[in-house]
Design a binder for this molecule. Structure first.
Ligand code: 5RP
Length: 292
């Protein structure tokens, strides 16, 4: 069996070489089917190549977390400022008007709730593909616990979702979940994102970390970053900027948007970074102008 770590000194991410051109604007997706490409083009803007996903799926394991107590009140008005709505089928069916033209990325796995000590048990698929198609999903998010107690179960869910995703042309988002005890290091995210891509994820969500460009380089499909816990707006915008500068193709942010006192302006500022090349500082200036 190959060694688990390899000779770290020998790693070469070829940061000066752009990803291979596979004939389609989404990294690594040139050899997929028309339907999958069409749905990917609803997620990633063909002009910028990037995406602003609004994550409000937290209730599937956290319940009514701050800012999501009434999603019809807090989330529905934000939808027009996002490219992709990422939530559970329960949240989207009950709280988001079906007249929305935004792409939907359904949270498609269930896990243990916050009542359990071990959040990384990774349980399995939470819906079948017929329902995903019924909901016109453009993507399915699968939570994976690489290194956690639920690694095998969650990677099995990812593999089965990728099988079905290729069958029906629905892209799968592999989510690198971090349980309470799991390290948020470059080494961990490089390993986890690569495993999810190799097992069939069409795009991968992870957290921003040091030397993020090596995480991006080693992952053969696009990476989007989660926001994590609420930060001051200037810090969250700077993180988004650094991620995009490092090659991320967008964000899938939740708490840094819906827990902001000015969520519309925050989402608009994030768009400036992701789609218009603003720096974090420029986007924060836009944000402060917009709220005053
Ligand atoms: C949890 C998720 C959440 O959608 C993700 O954490 C995004 O939300 P936030 O920006 O609040 O972290 O996938 O694994």
């Amino acid at each position: 069996m190959a060694d688990a770590v390899g000779n770290i000194n020998a790693h070469n991410y070829h940061l000066d070489v752009p990803p291979a051109d596979t004939g389609f604007f989404v990294k690594g997706m040139g050899n997929t089917d028309w339907g999958l490409k069409n749905r990917l083009s609803r997620i990633f803007d063909p002009k910028s190549g990037n995406t602003v996903m609004l994550a409000f799926d937290h209730g599937y394991f956290m319940g009514a977390t701050a800012g999501l107590e009434r999603m019809d009140v807090t989330i529905a008005p934000l939808c027009e400022y996002a490219d992709v709505l990422m939530g559970t089928r329960g949240a989207i069916r009950s709280c988001i008007p079906p007249t929305t033209s935004k792409a939907v990325c359904l949270r498609a796995t269930h896990d243990t709730s916050v009542l359990f000590e071990d959040l990384s048990t990774g349980s399995g698929l939470a819906l079948d593909f017929e329902d995903a198609i019924r909901m016109n999903a453009s993507g399915l998010a699968i939570q994976c616990f690489v290194g956690g107690s639920g690694e095998a179960a969650s990677l099995e869910a990812l593999c089965r979702a990728a099988d079905q995703g290729y069958k029906f042309g629905i892209p799968v988002l592999g989510v690198t979940a971090v349980g309470k005890e799991m390290a948020r290091t470059n080494r961990y995210f490089t390993l986890a994102t690569r495993i999810l891509a190799e097992l069939g994820a069409n795009f991968v969500k992870t957290y921003y970390c040091e030397d993020f460009e090596t995480v991006v380089a080693a992952c053969p499909v696009p990476i989007v970053i989660a926001g994590g816990k609420k930060l001051p707006e200037d810090e969250a915008l700077e993180m988004a900027y650094k991620a995009i500068q490092s090659g991320a193709r967008g964000v899938d942010m939740g708490r840094n948007v819906f827990q902001s006192e000015h969520p519309v302006e925050m989402l608009q500022a994030i768009r400036k970074v992701v789609h218009e090349g603003f720096t974090g500082k420029e986007a924060f200036e836009f944000f402060t102008d917009a709220i005053n």
